[in-house]
Design a protein. Structure first.
Length: 535
């Protein structure tokens, strides 16, 4: 029969002064540690002749109470992107992560759960993010954080990216529409092809593609039907590029950083750069492209790709994000927002509304993202309202005739537009129009396009069929989420209309629209309609 052995298990805290040891001879002991920290566990096995062997292991006892390791909440998020919030924590599972995002307007907050979440903003301005971490042993609730949602164009270009301002400025120039739609994308990390670069340069130097001469087939690999043929042949005829080989352009080949410097400076025109002196260790002065690369650096367009020693990385492909920076600086591009401004349901025949009713103004912006929208609602030459985001409705509480105007400002660029027709606001009289009969059919998601105001979010399309009294001018639509307050949404025509509502954040959101028929002198009583779930 086997000989008996002696088991001895010693457990004691390590590196904790004043701690005491505990021992046991139970084969499978259970020990409750009252404090967290490292523990040294030694197992000693002896036979009847007192011949022993030992093994020691150190284990770390974790605190069961929740504790944050890190919390990441971006300070700025673009309207076209997803906000990403992350947290890492310790503590006894299960750990519950809660995020509550409160918008700057009277709307229900958004609640998210999990250590890493994505959030689709649908309101511009400053949002408040409240985070909490909890388990059965306690709760951790750091101070609330502010997240500012700003107008942006591309879903894959975060507003916190160093490329963001350059890409938005480049986009405003009209030389690019991005690399995809629904949602709009720019693909900033993709390498730029020679054909793409030709488009960018030709538009910036010579104007829209449609104004360039028809192609005739200068290059065997660029037939006249090629999507970039006009731009490629215009650059070749202007002596900006000779292609990649005799009779060939290589439209699908990537543009290197060295080629980008040469092409951009050649397309811009002006005197040739001075001889190179050797400011980059990887660009010898003997290179025919060296003087262009050094001129690029001397103008502050780029500092290179590395320092100590200073390098340019001339053979690396230039990315779309990098080229946006190069083009913006080389051609000194600027955003110059230009407004369009028109009251809804306003025509040469009727621009009249009752007092006290929100009037929707259709606002269009081209040429960039404004820093401020300035409104002269009375048309008396004085600014009544300044906002960093578009204000799309106004209430006139006093009868009269008004000629409002809108001014967009960005840096030194100031552009104004006056409303095309006077707006008549009549005293409210009765009887008011009768309530409409209405039906709604859900439609698809609608993504922002270049014709939308910068900062427009993804919306849900609804088809409305309203039966309104013959003397009505339109229907005022208000929206409520989850029985919250009603906010004015839009004016629609009687009959068949389309309605774009903000996309809801949760599949459990309840959307209720309130519709009130109006004519030139009165606003009717409300009728409500529950919209189908819009997710």
């Amino acid at each position: 029969m086997p000989l008996p052995v002696c088991l001895f298990l010693a457990l004691f805290p390590a590196l904790l002064p004043g701690s005491t040891k505990s021992t046991t001879t139970v084969p499978n002991p259970t020990v409750l540690f009252s404090t967290p920290g490292p523990r040294s566990i030694k197992l000693r096995v002896c036979d009847p002749q007192n011949r022993c062997s030992e093994i020691t292991r150190v284990v770390t006892v974790l605190d069961p109470k929740p504790a944050l390791l890190f919390l990441t909440i971006p300070a700025i998020v673009g309207s076209a992107e997803l906000g990403r919030f992350t947290a890492s924590a310790t503590g006894k599972p299960p750990l519950l992560y809660d995020w509550i995002v409160s918008p700057p307007v009277a709307a229900p907050p958004v609640r998210l759960s999990g250590p890493s979440v994505t959030w689709s903003p649908n309101t511009l301005g400053s949002h408040t993010v409240v985070f909490s971490l909890r388990n059965g042993f306690g709760t951790v609730a750091p101070a609330p954080a502010a997240v500012t949602v700003v107008p942006s164009t591309f879903a894959d270009v975060p507003a916190a990216s160093p490329f963001w301002t350059f890409i938005e400025t480049f986009y405003a120039s009209g030389a690019t529409g991005g690399c995809g739609t629904s949602p709009a994308r720019f693909c900033p990390d993709n390498a730029v092809t020679r054909a793409e670069a030709a488009i960018f340069l030709a538009v910036l130097r010579f104007g829209p593609l449609g104004t360039l001469p028809p192609p005739v087939g200068l290059f065997v690999d660029v037939p006249p039907t090629h999507w970039a043929a006009r731009a490629i042949e215009k650059l070749a005829n202007a002596g900006i590029t000779g292609g990649c080989a005799p009779g060939r352009f290589c439209p699908d080949s990537p543009v290197t950083r060295a080629q980008a410097a040469t092409l951009l400076l050649a397309a811009r025109g002006g005197p040739p750069p001075p001889p190179a002196v050797g400011i980059f260790v990887d660009v010898p002065v003997s290179s025919p492209l060296a003087k262009y690369i050094e001129q690029f650096a001397n103008e502050g367009i780029t500092g290179g790709c590395a320092t100590e020693p200073r390098r340019f990385c001339p053979e690396l492909p230039a990315t779309r994000g990098q080229l946006a920076v190069f083009l913006t600086a080389t051609f000194q591009l600027q955003q110059r927002p230009t407004p369009q401004f028109q009251a809804a349901l306003c025509s040469s025949a009727a621009c009249s509304y009752p007092t006290g009713m929100p009037i929707e103004f259709k606002i269009g912006v081209s040429g960039g993202i404004p820093q401020t929208y300035e409104y002269d609602w009375d048309g008396n030459g004085f600014i009544d309202q300044v906002s960093p985001i578009p204000v799309t409705s106004h209430v006139y509480s006093t009868p009269g005739t008004y000629s409002p105007s809108l001014t967009l400002r960005r840096g030194v660029s100031v552009r104004s537009v006056a409303h095309s027709l006077p707006i008549t606001v009549a005293p409210s009289t009765f009887p008011a129009p009768n309530p409409p009969t209405v039906q709604a059919t859900i439609g698809p998601l609608v993504y922002p396009t270049s014709t939308d105001v910068p900062g427009t979010f993804v919306r849900r399309l609804y088809h409305l069929q309203t039966l309104a009294p013959p003397n009505s001018r339109g229907v005022a639509v208000y929206l409520s989420r989850n029985f919250g307050p009603y906010n004015f949404l839009a004016l629609v025509s009687p009959g068949a209309s389309t309605l774009l509502t903000p996309r809801s954040e949760s599949p459990t959101d309840l959307s209720i629209v309130q519709l009130r028929v109006f004519n030139s002198t009165a606003l009717g009583v409300a009728t409500s309609l529950v919209l189908p779930n819009d997710l």
